[in-house]
Ligand binder design. Sequence first.
Ligand code: TEU
Length: 545
Amino acid sequence: DGRRPWWRTAVVYEVYLRSFADSDGDGVGDVDGLRSRLPYLVDLGVDAVWVTPWYPSPMADGGYDVSDHRDIDPRLGTLADVDALLAEAHAAGLRLIVDLVANHTSAEHPWFRAAVAGGRGAPERARYFFRDGRDGGDRPPNDWISAFGGPAWTRVREPDGSMGQWYLHLFAPEQPDLDWDDAVVQEEFDGTVRFWLDRGVDGIRVDAAPALAKVPGLPDAGHAPGALFESARWVDNPHWDRDEVHEVFRRWRRISDGYDGDRVFVSEAVVAGPERLARYVRPDELHTSFNFDFLRAAWNAAGLRAAIDGTLAALAPVGAPPTWVLSSHDETRHVTRFGRAASGAGTMGFDAASPTDLALGLRRARAAALLTLALPGGAYLYQGEELGLPEVEDLPEDVLQDPTWERSGHTARGRDGCRVPLPWSGDRPPFGFTADAVRPWLPQPGSWRELTVAAQRDDPSSTLSLYRGALRLRRTLPGLADDAPLTWCDLGDGVLAFDRGSRFRCVVNLSDRPVSLAGQGEPVLTSAPVAADLPADTAAWLRTG
Ligand code: TEU
């Protein structure tokens, strides 16, 4: 179907820029590093790249604290570098998606600086949530907690030196929330959306989409003082996933519809289930969304099947394509998650330590890759999953940078363990990520010598070869290439098996016994060696016609 927009079936590769590739030897990945590695992404076979925020930022939250939405942080490159990146990516057939952080700015953003410096009544305070405290001002205006732990309010010192008003931050104190009822805020982001679309990007990821509208009056949410994020039933909060957020998306959609070339908005929305998610991708709103239900499902056939069916059923009526995600820069890497005795979801690094079998986790991760890439619609890969990288769980405490670590009172290690710079080549750190003798911003484990791109490239049994093979077949195999609908087959408990059209079948064995493949078709790709039976924790793609 020549008129199917590219994003309906795209495999999008998430680049966490400061950990991808460093071109200038400062130990931090950058735009030119990414540009130099575009051939790797073309060879891997992905359709698009989503780059995490590259804007000027004090880096209190890895760049999700933006002080200028229309420029590039000098440590990461320049706008000219981005233009060159875009041109080369497009010439190579890759699309590019940028990240829009609209829920908050950096505390160093000129608006917020003016809001603080101007004192009570400064017009810039109306663009944020400045409020007087309770009990004569000493207690925060309400009981909300931040996603990283601790209160969601911080008090400012007024120009006369007195302690004054409080401002709201659902994330770190360095990330004051914007008030989306404010017309200046709305117009500023209209301009920012246009700025990046004019520059030629193919899409925009909407960070923290459900956060954009706050409940009028900012009432208490029932959070215990000092409560941790995990206990806060985040998706049920009165300040999350409100009807009013959708007005913002409709506004942006009207803008993007005025551009040619199938631009896409991708929503990052952790909400209470697929029906709520479907509201973000209605025809006049955002185009697609990350699928956190799938990401949060444990290694369990019934749970994964429920996430898949729930997603398909909820999205079909609105006409949006499903997407499938296993990892991101916010989640414990899935090799580690799937290797845990209590194999469940990990979020924001709050997972309790539990015994981990990384060999088992890798085996399951490889099977999960074939599952993910055989499902209808699109998929998101997180850099390094194609190498089978595990979470780095033993980073020394003094290198941890994620605000979660401090804000949780050192009870959660945070998300640095999934953000360790990629190993490209060589037999010791920095593994080609940066110049030899330069220390990457987070240390890489020596054991990654076996997981480098160079070590895996020519090994047909490597995880990199598995991903490359799957992505090639996805473009050519009938059923996958034409995005045929999914039909389940019953191969017994603990087995996920489905057809795509009449010529392709995917079988994933999540049980603890082998499953016979007799009469199922001809295996074209398997996540581990397979004979007549499909072993436990293994997946196979089969040609059936
Ligand atoms: O994440 C925000 C977000 O919505 C989720 O983290 C959500 O709060 C949580 O998973 C609920 O279970 C984005 C970025 O991906 C993250 O890196 C930033 O720290 C955050 O926004 C703030 O900008």
